[in-house]
Design a protein around this ligand. Structure first.
Ligand code: ADP
Ligand code: MG
Length: 648
């Protein structure tokens, strides 16, 4: 192979270290990342090139957008492209772009710290165990820093468009880098010069580079050219925007690589939706639903990652209003034919065309999800477990699409180990059942065992187990589904009496009803004694129809807020006090019947007080709360245990 002298090499030579060189340490996270990257035995080292080309393409997109309002920025060099060149003898590989470039401060920030929250939390997961870490890197990629997988030192020479002074950044990837102004002219944009490590000669090879570019970067809309080949300059990629190509000409791998680049994603897309809308408004959309939830999915500032293009020109990374907030996990591209090219990012916010596109995108995605739910219920269930909580935000946010959302919504339920639909639930409702019963909490398994569900289990009444915080909001907002009201099992009114029992336990029901009546007098005494003992601790004490196994439980009054919702608001500091609960007691529980026998006028009033508190605290513990006074709880428990032991 002949030695090629390129533009990049000349500039590098001109960039002799100046007096003004500054040394900086990498941010701690970057150092950790680099440490792993440089020690790595990662098998797919060639992805460094994908990362550098991706950055170069982003930089060109940014400048193209800036030049819409400031054409002078690109007047001297209007044709965007990415140039690769290499020199076999010195083992140097250069990736150069004529994009936006970086100012000195941007250089220090962008190539010395990690700004992306996803990448930061990825670094937090690094264990130091090379194998595990490498599989993580495979999933997340490390952007620019991947250059150190193959290089002893990396130089970056850059000049920001519209400025005169160029800068040179150099590092060996071992904790520090230096930055200095370059004397003399520097071309606009950025050159990344890799001084390849020994053993990485394969990246100074025309065939190899061509292959890597076609594999990973064919979707890049700019020409990627290799300089210094026998034929001179050679274009390596197709260089047309992927979404403008006919679907039949795009392979699954093309889509995948585009997803990685445009979405800054490293998993594979779970669903790819590529369509062209024509009519009132025209746009092309190529959107992806990820297979793994991004780490910042619930971050309050989390944005969607759908890039807005206008007639093939990149306009905005995260155009406000383009994507419904509850579809913020979407990644990809929307390319509008109707928006003006010089639309400012601020103008996009309330733009009617953008709003129309949002509507169209929402409808399309929801119908694709419905299709997946029908065709591949298992795959859909996995998707729903990751993203359902976000989609459910739409149930109160987007009344227009509520029905479509309800139809793709899935729920955990007491009646099944898998996920159920609301229609499944309604179809299984018992005779006399008027409400859709639900329990809210943080853990579906724990909810299934909750005392509140005992009576429902006994009567075979299904209960939805809602474990996402968002459930506290959409359920009240909806109120009902197919005229069946939603009713929490922790509310006082979740009354089971009206619901017909299954055949088997009808008789048992009758006899226990009789027993109820016989004992009503004594239970009444227990209730009176408990009320007296607990005075202000509870709102009321009453007989329960929902308990079969447990002696007691706490419920909310019909007029009060749901228990779980109150807890949530309190956690978030939006409530200072919680409302009092109703203590329900199970008249058939042996402990309660024994208490009833003791409750007469010659019963021990102190014992009764202790029992009242112990049972109240027990009900609190079952709910996952603490006893109101742990020391008193322990004292009473010890006393009760002591009473149960023989005294001589
Ligand atoms: P990411 O591309 O995900 O932001 P990288 O590690 O690949 O992360 O790059 C970090 C940042 O460095 C980029 O966001 C960008 O600001 C800057 N950068 C990298 N390469 C270039 C380039 N060729 N031109 C301009 N800026 C660049
Ligand atoms: Mg990048």
């Amino acid at each position: 192979m002949t030695t090629s002298s390129t533009h990049a090499d000349d500039t590098a030579a001109a960039a002799t270290a100046s007096q003004n060189e500054e040394r900086h340490n990498f941010q701690a996270e970057v150092s950790r990342l680099l440490d792993i990257v440089t020690r790595s035995l990662y098998s797919q080292k060639e992805v460094f090139l994908r990362e550098l080309i991706s950055n170069a393409s982003d930089a060109c997109d940014k400048l193209r957008y800036a030049s819409l309002t400031e054409p002078g920025l690109i007047a001297d060099d209007p044709d965007f492209r990415i140039r690769l060149s290499f020199d076999t003898e010195t083992r140097r590989l250069t990736v150069a772009d004529n994009g936006i470039g970086m100012s000195r401060d941007e250089l220090v920030d962008s190539l010395g710290t990690i700004a992306r929250s996803g990448t930061l939390s990825f670094v937090d997961q690094l264990t130091g165990d090379a194998k595990k870490d490498m599989s993580l890197i495979g999933q997340f990629g490390v952007g620019f820093y991947s250059a150190f997988m193959v290089s002893d030192t990396v130089e970056v020479i850059t000049r920001k468009a519209g400025t005169e002074q160029g800068y040179r950044w150099v590092s060996d990837g071992k904790g520090a880098f230096s930055v200095a102004p370059v004397e003399g002219p520097v071309p606009r944009g950025t050159q990344v010069i890799l001084n390849l490590s020994e053993g990485e000669e394969e990246f100074c090879d025309e065939t190899r580079l061509g292959h890597i570019v076609r594999t990973y970067s064919d979707h890049i809309a700019l020409p990627i050219v290799l300089e210094g080949t026998d034929e001179g300059e050679k274009q390596l990629n197709t260089a047309s925007a992927l979404w403008t190509r006919p679907k039949s000409e795009i392979s699954e791998d093309d889509y995948k690589e585009f997803y990685h680049h445009a979405g800054h994603a490293f998993d594979d897309p779970w669903l790819t939706v590529h369509w062209r809308a024509e009519g009132m408004i025209e746009y092309t959309a190529l959107l992806f639903l990820p297979s793994t939830p991004p780490m910042d999915l619930y971050h309050p500032e989390r944005h969607h990652h759908v890039k807005l293009y206008v007639r093939r020109v990149f306009v905005s990374e995260q155009a406000d209003g383009l994507i419904a907030p509850y579809l913020r996990f979407l990644k990809g591209v929307v390319d509008s034919e109707d928006l003006p090219l010089n639309v400012s990012r601020e103008m996009l916010q309330n733009n009617p065309t953008v709003a129309r596109i949002r509507k169209g995108v929402t409808k399309k995605i929801l119908s694709e999800l419905q299709r997946k739910a029908n065709d591949d219920p298992e795959g859909y269930a996995t998707f729903w477990s990751s993203f359902g909580a976000v989609l459910k935000e739409g149930l109160y946010d987007d009344t227009e699409n509520r029905d479509a959302l309800l139809s793709i919504a899935r729920f955990r339920s007491s009646a099944s180990d898998g996920l159920v639909t609301l229609d499944d639930y309604v179809g299984r409702m018992k005779e006399g059942q008027e409400s859709i019963f639900y329990a809210t909490g943080t853990d579906a398994e724990a909810l299934k065992r909750s005392p509140h569900l005992e009576g429902f289990h006994a009567k075979g009444v299904e209960v939805l187990l809602l474990t996402d915080p968002v459930d506290e909001f959409w359920v009240p907002a909806l109120g009902a589904y197919q005229e069946k009201t939603f009713k929490s099992v922790t509310r006082g009114g979740a009354d089971l009496e009206k619901i017909a029992s299954g055949k088997d336990d009808e008789d048992a029901d009758k006899s226990s009803d009789d027993a109820d009546e016989n004992k009503n007098g004594e239970i009444g005494t227990v209730i009176a004694a408990f009320k007296l003992a607990l005075k202000d601790e509870v709102k009321d004490v009453r007989v329960s129809h929902r308990l079969t196994e447990s002696p007691v439980c706490l419920v909310a009054d019909d007029s009060d807020m749901d228990i779980q919702l109150e807890r949530l608001l309190k956690q978030h500091g939006q409530l200072d006090s919680v409302s009092k609960r109703i203590l329900e007691i199970n008249p058939k529980h042996p402990l309660i019947t024994a208490l009833a026998r003791n409750a007469g006028p010659d019963g021990d009033a102190d014992t009764m007080d202790d029992m009242a508190y112990l049972l109240l605290d027990q009900a609190r513990i079952v709910e996952g709360d603490d006893p109101s006074d742990p020391a008193a709880f322990a004292r009473r428990l010890s006393a009760a245990l002591a009473r149960g032991l023989p005294t001589n």
